[in-house]
Write a protein of this length. Structure first.
Length: 372
């Protein structure tokens, strides 16, 4: 079912998310040659400065699609083998039997069994994503910390494993993608940021997308308000932050327009070959960071509704910011939405996030953006 853009419905849906409690959000939806852009709310709760649809934004783990595409390019050039054990490339980082058992493909689709390093780098998060005993203190402690990616990988590799290599469901882990960053650097002889910029970002023709060079976001952008499940009240601005805690696995800055262009180009076969794209779209069940079971491919995951077309893309969160970008399988319709608050759900006694009105109106916005 091919739906034209309903601009009035999109305007109303964005406004509803703001009224439900998000300080500010902005979005772009494309359908063929038609483009709608909209924004609602404020970029700064103190000054009342409004958000605009052209703002730059930290897009978090959407970066993983860019990283995965870069690895696929190197696989096409036979410099990386997707089914080669990571221990053959990086024996010091994943030593011994695990290094021989975990393949590059298992890192990309999160079936390596390697744990998330985040609760070890951020001690107050403890057993994140189990939330009962967490607190936000580490977010402030590490605002300007310059993390060493090899040390972060070491934390994830040393932590208790979360599954057997290749077993499903996999468990989403940033440790996997920091290893892919190291692998890219070994295969290309340049930094992962340089390679992804030249061969993914520039190939897609993205003008407002890049990796940060310091803790600030360059260009027009919103403040980013972190609520940490009601423990930070009022939510605190974390827009100035050293992103070395995730590095090139989740640190990209982009715009909603660039994200739609990127996924459109990727699905059209302009970034990786059609056979690589087909592999990226082959999914396995994975437990997301929110504890939900999702289907996950190689840096891509699908959104499917009964009787509707399949969309492909990725979501991303940073401290205070969230983004979702999804493009229909034929590349003709795409949507990207950015919000400037995160973790608005409060927790029940057992540490589970409680439903919030924002959840429903955000889901409604995604539906009208994708399906009309």
């Amino acid at each position: 079912m091919k739906n034209a853009l309903d601009c009035a419905a999109l305007d109303a849906a964005v406004e509803a998310v703001h009224r439900a409690g998000i300080p500010g959000l902005f979005a772009e939806v494309r359908d063929g040659d038609q483009v709608w852009r909209g924004a609602a709310g404020v970029a700064d709760v103190t000054t009342g400065r409004p958000v605009t649809a052209d703002m730059r934004h930290r897009v978090g783990s959407i970066t993983k699609t860019f990283t995965a595409a870069a690895v696929m390019q190197q696989a096409e050039a036979s410099r990386i083998g997707l089914d080669t054990p990571i221990g053959q490339y990086l024996p010091k980082l994943v030593p011994g039997e695990r290094g021989e058992a975990i393949t590059v493909r298992m890192l990309i689709n999160h079936t390596s069994g390697l744990a998330e390093y985040l609760p070890y780098a951020y001690p107050s998060l403890k057993a994140y994503p189990v939330l009962a005993d967490t607190g936000p203190e580490s977010l402030d402690d590490h605002r300007y910390t310059r993390f060493d990616p090899v040390e972060l990988i070491g934390m994830g590799v040393a932590a208790p494993r979360v599954g057997t290599p290749g077993g499903t469901p996999g468990v989403y882990s940033n440790t996997n993608y920091l290893l892919l960053v190291e692998l890219l650097e070994q295969a290309t002889g340049i930094t992962a940021e340089q390679y992804i910029t030249r061969n993914v970002i520039e190939r897609a023709g993205l003008r407002d997308t890049g990796f940060p060079t310091g803790p600030h976001v360059a260009g027009p952008h919103s403040q980013l308000y972190e609520a940490w499940f009601g423990m930070i009240d009022p939510p605190r601005d974390y827009s100035v932050y050293d992103m070395s805690w995730v590095g090139p696995s989740a640190s990209l800055i982009s715009t909603v327009s660039d994200l739609n262009r990127f996924y459109g180009k990727l699905l059209a076969g302009d970034i990786v070959s059609p056979s690589s794209l087909a592999q990226m779209q082959r999914t396995v069940p994975v437990v997301s960071q929110e504890g939900k079971l999702i289907e996950y491919g190689l840096g891509l995951h699908p959104t499917e509704s009964p009787g509707q077309d399949t969309f492909w893309g990725h979501g991303g969160t940073v401290w205070g910011g969230g983004t979702l970008a999804m493009t229909r399988a034929d590349g003709r319709r795409g949507m990207a939405v950015a919000v400037n608050m995160q973790r608005w759900n409060r927790l029940d006694a057992s540490g589970r996030p409680q439903p919030h009105p924002i959840d429903d109106v955000l889901a409604a916005l995604f539906r009208v953006a994708m399906y009309g």
